[in-house]
Design a protein around this ligand. Structure first.
Ligand SMILES: [Zn+2]
Length: 370
């Protein structure tokens, strides 16, 4: 999986590789861009190129082999969401006292450390930055360059101030990536010490063309759906679990159905009852909530007269019918309630019960507003 595997944003990729070639890579780099624009994928590629044992050259620029021991181990963190979930799960299973002291990291290679935002606040905490300070001044163990990737550079105040100390005196052999979709939220003093590269999303049509080559097993209509759902995020589109999405979408429609005039609650209870505790139940619930958001958003597009924005294009007729049954305000307040449901889920409320309550609230909200 060399740099040629990164599609889109060719200027940014070229800039990064030219800096690698000149052996003059900045100590700290902000990669900004909307979710799905490839910030993490690209920073992982640079980490591999910096530490690849084979050091291939393509188009006269440094690349990575993807096959050597360093590339392979760094690549184990490519599936960041999965590694992050494992780290959170491992902390959940610790004793109460240890849990409080443990911060979340993802590390599959001794010289490449990923610092994700720490739940439940989903902010980078000072202890995480202290850990980076503690090790960043030691020389790389098995590679040539230590790489620190803050996968979502949203810092608590004290953490940001600690990071600033590193940026004031960075070691020769380390590179810090700050990935963010909102660079203006970073302290100006941090921004001024970093180089800044911006990534953009790809157009859905470009994603569809790309999917036609790598996912020829999908029908054209399915490729269009995935390209729209992933909103320009190529990595997400490539590994999109279409089957799981279609199941979640059917469930989401069942959750909305009573609020949209169906008198049959049996299907709703069957669906909500299937969302249980544990890690698997959590992943399914998160997918269900994301899918509910996308359906409500599509209904909002339809009510606002911008049908071309609809993501679930294949069921747009059904969505149009659903959207006709409610007021604009209903959709807005349903989206707010969904936000409350989402934060309730983070606090580990009983999932099936919370889903039932959500569906009931929607149904009654409709009765009072119509
Ligand atoms: Zn390699």
């Amino acid at each position: 999986m060399p740099f040629s595997d990164f599609h889109g944003n060719s200027d940014a990729v070229r800039t990064l590789r030219e800096m690698l070639a000149r052996d003059h890579f900045p100590h700290a780099l902000i990669l900004s861009g909307p979710p799905g624009s490839g910030k993490f994928t690209l920073s992982q590629m640079v980490a591999k190129a910096m530490n690849c044992l084979d050091r291939p050259v393509t188009d006269n620029l440094p690349d990575f082999c993807g096959l050597c021991a360093n590339c392979v181990r760094i690549a184990e963190a490519d599936a960041l969401e999965k590694r992050f979930a494992e780290a959170v799960e491992a902390r959940e299973n610790l004793r109460e006292a240890d849990k409080r002291e443990t911060r979340i990291f993802v590390q599959t290679h001794p010289d490449v450390l990923i610092v994700p935002p720490d739940p439940p606040q989903m902010l980078v905490k000072v202890d995480q930055v202290r850990h980076v300070i503690h090790e960043i001044y030691y020389k790389p163990v098995e590679g040539r360059e230590r790489v620190y990737i803050f996968s979502d550079a949203d810092f608590m105040k004290e953490a940001a101030n600690s990071l600033l100390k590193i940026l004031e005196e960075p070691p020769e052999f380390a590179t810090i990536f700050l990935l963010t979709d909102n660079p203006s939220a970073l302290l100006p003093t941090i921004r001024s010490r970093c180089m800044h590269l911006r990534l953009a999303l790809m157009a859905p049509q470009e994603i569809e063309q790309y999917l036609a080559t790598v996912r020829s097993d999908w029908k054209p209509q399915e490729r269009e759906l995935v390209a729209r759902i992933c909103g320009g995020g190529l990595g997400r589109a490539r590994s999109f679990d279409l089957a799981a999405y279609l199941v979640a979408r059917q469930d989401a429609i069942s959750v909305l159905a009573p609020a949209l005039g169906s008198n049959d609650h049996t299907e709703l209870f069957r669906v909500t009852d299937s969302y249980r505790a544990g890690a698997e139940g959590r992943a399914r619930t998160e997918q269900l909530i994301r899918t509910l958001y996308s359906l409500l958003e599509d209904m909002l597009f339809l009510r606002s007269g911008v049908p071309e924005m609809v993501r679930n294009h294949d069921i747009r007729m059904d969505l149009a019918r659903m959207a006709q049954q409610v007021e604009f305000e209903w959709i807005v307040s349903a989206t707010q309630r969904l936000g409350e449901l989402e934060s309730g889920m983070r606090r580990n409320l009983l999932r099936s019960l919370a889903l039932d309550n959500f569906a009931t609230a929607l149904e009654h909200g409709l009765l009072t507003q119509k």
